[in-house]
Design a protein around this ligand. Structure first.
Ligand SMILES: [Zn+2]
Length: 228
């Protein structure tokens, strides 16, 4: 089981990490460098505390267009070529390495998007990371696991009970469940309440004999070792 938190939101530092740390749970935070810069030393402490800082680009570019009116032209992947997104990801890597000293980490596609005006950029970045997380709502089974498109369940107003159901299904199927948080008690339009967040994490702690909760980096390394 991997808990991921995207976009380097202040609520992760202020609301999520205190709960995680109080329960001794480790998570992966997908850092958009530009969004994290105001609190970069807080993020450094997060890494020192055993959480993973994942790569989520410098400026969070996404494909614009219909329904994506919030994407400004400078951040519109339709206006990028492959080289532009690759060097943005490489600079983010350097920034994160300066914070945590790690030379191995995972990546999350911004908005789940994998293309520029030149088509897919997956071939250019896939070997730089242990795993790359997408946004498809499925469990990951070892036999069919695609390390360039790790599936995850994104949260938007879900209850702790729904998250627990996903966890139980993953346990029954011996699958890897990845959860994607944005807002925790606010901070983003995709949000989970403080109470549901805490309840789910407490459930994981109570049932720690049944679930291995770790970072995306650790989980992916483990799955690669196990994969037939
Ligand atoms: Zn994002």
């Amino acid at each position: 089981m991997v808990l991921t938190y995207d976009d380097a939101l202040d609520v992760h530092l202020d609301n999520a990490i205190p709960v995680l740390d109080s329960l001794g749970l480790k998570a992966t935070f997908y850092i958009t460098a530009n969004a994290s810069k105001g609190r970069m030393y807080d993020w450094k402490r997060v890494a020192q505390n055993g959480h993973e800082l994942g790569n989520h680009t410098l400026y969070h570019p996404c494909l614009g267009g219909e329904g994506r009116e919030w994407v400004i032209p400078e951040n519109d992947l339709r206006n990028y070529n492959t080289q532009e997104i690759v060097r943005e990801i490489e600079m983010t890597e350097l920034y994160l390495r300066a914070l945590d000293g790690k030379s191995s980490r995972t990546f999350a596609y911004t908005c789940g998007d994998t293309e520029t005006s030149e088509g897919s950029f997956i071939p250019e970045i896939k070997d730089k990371f242990t795993a790359l997380r997408g946004v498809d709502s499925q469990l990951n089974h070892i036999e069919t696991m695609d390390f360039t498109d790790i599936k995850c369940y994104g949260l938007d107003g879900h209850s702790a009970e729904e998250m627990i159901q996903w966890a139980e299904k993953a346990r029954e199927e011996n699958a890897l469940l990845v959860i994607l948080f944005h807002g925790v008690g606010g901070g983003h339009s995709l949000n989970v309440s403080l109470e549901n967040h805490r309840k789910f994490l407490e459930y994981l702690k109570t049932n720690e004999a049944d679930y291995w909760v770790t970072t995306m980096e650790e989980a992916a390394q483990h799955c690669k070792d196990q994969k037939p």
